[in-house]
Ligand binder design. Structure first.
Ligand code: SAH
Length: 349
C-alpha cells in the first residue's frame, strides 16, 4: 500500500485546516489552536494545549516544514541580518532582515535560483532549481521572527527568484500572509519586485491584492535593456510601461522603478534625461525611481557607477521622484544570491 503524501500544513488557510481536522474526526476548535501555533513556528511538544495523541495523529497526516537557519550574518554597522536558510530537500535560499524607523522589513526569496538570466544578478547565474511553496515563503518570515524575537511588519519580494514566474504559489502566499488568522501583514506593507513579465502583471492587477509593484527597469532604451535583461526580448520597455499604467489604473497603487546604475551602460546624465522623458510619456501617474548602486558580482564584469548623485539630481530636476537605496549590511555581503552561491561553491569543493 502506498502512503498518501503528507499535507504541507503551513500552506493551508484556517478554514482548510478545519476541514481536514473534521475529516480526521477531531473537534473544529482544535484547528484554531493549532493554526495559532504553526504561524509562530511551533510544532510538536511546543503546542502546549494540544494533547499528545492528537500531536501524533497530526504528524502522520501533516508535514511542518520551516526553513532552518544554516548561516546567519549580522552587520556590525546597522544590525541587518542575512540568513541562508536550508529547505526540506537541502536546497538553500536567502532572506535579509532590515531595521528601519517604520518597522522591520524582511526581504524574501520566491524561487531556488532564477531563470530570467539578468546579466548583473548573482541569483540567476546557475539557473532555476525549483519554485518555493507558499509555506516556504511564509516560513522565511516565521523563522526570521523566531530567530530575532521581533515582528516583521514589511515584506519585500526582492530576494532570489522571479516572483511572477512562480505566480500561483506567490498569490497564495500573499493571501495567506495578509490573512488575519495568519501573520496579518497588510498587503500595503508588501512589495513585489519583477523583471517585467507583462502577462502576469496584467493578471496581478485583477487579483484584488493591493501590493506595491516594483519594476526592475535598469535601462531607458530597448537595446541596452535587452542586452542586460533577456526578458526584454519578449516584452519591450513600451509594453512593460503600458502594463504598469494599467496596473495603476486598476489598483491605484503607485509603481516604483528600480534602476541599477552600471558604469558605462546606463549612468550618464543624458540617460537620466531619456529615462525621465520615457516615464513621463508612458506613466500618467507620478512614478518613483529607486536608484541602486550596482553590487558587483565577480562573474559579471560589470562595475558600479560613480555617477549616482548626478543621475539622481538630474531626475529630480526633471520632476521625477528619485531616491538612492540605502546600502544596509554592506559588511555582510547582503546583496541577494551571493551567499547561496558561496555556499554552493563551498559544497562542490
Ligand atoms: N526577480 C525580481 C526580484 C529579485 S531581484 C526582479 O527582477 O525584480 C531584486 C532587485 O535586485 C531587482 O531590482 C534586481 O534587478 C536587483 N539586483 C539584482 N542583482 C543586483 C546587483 N548585482 N546589484 C544591484 N541590484 C541588483
Amino acid at each position: 500500500m502506498t502512503q498518501s503524501p503528507k499535507i504541507d500544513i503551513l500552506s493551508l488557510f484556517l478554514n482548510e485546516l478545519e476541514e481536514k481536522l473534521l475529516e480526521m474526526g477531531e473537534a473544529k476548535y482544535r484547528a484554531k489552536q493549532i493554526y495559532s501555533w504553526i504561524v509562530k513556528g511551533a510544532w510538536g511538544e511546543e503546542m502546549k494545549n494540544i494533547p499528545l495523541a492528537l500531536r501524533e495523529k497530526l504528524d502522520q497526516v501533516f508535514e511542518f516544514r520551516l526553513p532552518k537557519v544554516k548561516t546567519k550574518l549580522v552587520s556590525k554597522i546597522d544590525g541587518t541580518v542575512k540568513y541562508l536558510f536550508e529547505l526540506i530537500d537541502g536546497e538553500c535560499i536567502e532572506s535579509v532582515f532590515m531595521k528601519y524607523e517604520h518597522g522591520n522589513t524582511l526581504c524574501i526569496s520566491s524561487q531556488v535560483g532564477c531563470r530570467m538570466g539578468c546579466k548583473f544578478c548573482a541569483s540567476t547565474l546557475a539557473g532555476r532549481v525549483r519554485d518555493l511553496s507558499p509555506s516556504e515563503m511564509l516560513g522565511q518570515i516565521i523563522s526570521a521572527q523566531r530567530d530575532t524575537g521581533e515582528r516583521v511588519s514589511n515584506v519585500v519580494m526582492m530576494g532570489i527568484g522571479e516572483p511572477l514566474d512562480n505566480y500561483d504559489n506567490v498569490i497564495r502566499f500573499l493571501r495567506l500572509v495578509s490573512d488575519e488568522n495568519n501573520l496579518n501583514i497588510g498587503l500595503r506593507h508588501i512589495s513585489l519586485s519583477t523583471c517585467g513579465l507583462v502577462d502576469k502583471i496584467e493578471r496581478l492587477a485583477t487579483e484584488g491584492l493591493p501590493v506595491t509593484l516594483s519594476i526592475s527597469l535598469h535601462a531607458y532604451d530597448n537595446a541596452t535593456r535587452s542586452e542586460i535583461m533577456p526578458i526584454n526580448n519578449k516584452y519591450s520597455i513600451e509594453k512593460l510601461l503600458e502594463a504598469c499604467q494599467k496596473y495603476f489604473d486598476k489598483t491605484g497603487r503607485r509603481i516604483s522603478f528600480e534602476y541599477t546604475l552600471i558604469s558605462g551602460k546606463n549612468d550618464t546624465p543624458e540617460g537620466a534625461i531619456a529615462l525621465a522623458s520615457l516615464l513621463k510619456r508612458y506613466m500618467k501617474s507620478a512614478s518613483h525611481v529607486n536608484l541602486i548602486p550596482l553590487n558587483e558580482v565577480k562573474e559579471t564584469k560589470l562595475s558600479t557607477s560613480k555617477n549616482v548623485n548626478i543621475f539622481k539630481n538630474k531626475l529630480l530636476s526633471l520632476g521625477i521622484n528619485a531616491t538612492v537605496r540605502r546600502r544596509l549590511g554592506s559588511d555582510i555581503n547582503a546583496s541577494c544570491g551571493q551567499l547561496r552561491r558561496q555556499a554552493k561553491e563551498g559544497n562542490n569543493q
